[in-house]
Design a protein around this ligand. Sequence first.
Ligand SMILES: C[S@@+](CC[C@H](N)C(=O)[O-])C[C@H]1O[C@@H](n2cnc3c(N)ncnc32)[C@H](O)[C@@H]1O
Length: 233
Amino acid sequence: MTAPTDDIARVVCLRTISGARHQLDVARWTAPAEPADLIAVEGIPGPVIDVGCGPGRIAAALAERRVPCLGIDVAPTALAAARARGASVLDRSVFDPVPGEGRWATALLFDGNVGIGGDPSALLSRVGRMVRPGGLIVVELGRPGLGLRQEDVTVDVPGAHERWFPWAWVGVDVLDQVIRPTGLVTEMCAPIDDRWFARLRRPPSTTHSGCSARDPTRHSQPGGTLGGVGSAS
Ligand SMILES: C[S@@+](CC[C@H](N)C(=O)[O-])C[C@H]1O[C@@H](n2cnc3c(N)ncnc32)[C@H](O)[C@@H]1O
């Protein structure tokens, strides 16, 4: 993935400051959830927050399965597409306060979204504070051997103003290193159809450093209709 662009339909390439180009899988984001996505979310408890939901394929699939799910994203075009397919979404950066702060049962970081912000440990700490103590984070990772890469990137859109932002790529081989400062615990890590997913758990105790540096309920806002609990199947 990706970029905080609002013209997702034209996004084709992510260019790094060192000149490498990464093809963006726009077709995947706009298509329905794939079997691998559905296996990755199987049995997760709701309510779920889908961080960087894009056009909402996972959020919509969960809604169809009666699992309460809110997608957050910063790209208006993606949010509009998500709403059109029936997903509940909010225009919100992961780094800003979200409704139900510290009360989500599960958070999702799919399709390279672990790279948002360029510092995966900081991002996972942040997402760790979004979920409740004992809550789950399902994160998609890169292939073994990819390691940790951090670079400024821009979305290559012909004729558009260049906007650079920090990004990261996280291989499954550096998962332990990346989550060490977060206090999260790896519960499962496995390939599904050539993609890699991990299930990370925020410990039920609030005494570990990464996720409890701040009281996760301090920024609580009314959870609205998100208090229900469901289970994907
Ligand atoms: C790969 S795309 C969507 C992927 C989507 N999770 C999926 O699997 O279909 C990544 C999304 O992250 C969003 N994004 C980037 N920075 C963000 C931020 N700070 N907060 C929330 N979303 C962000 C982008 O706008 C983009 O829609």
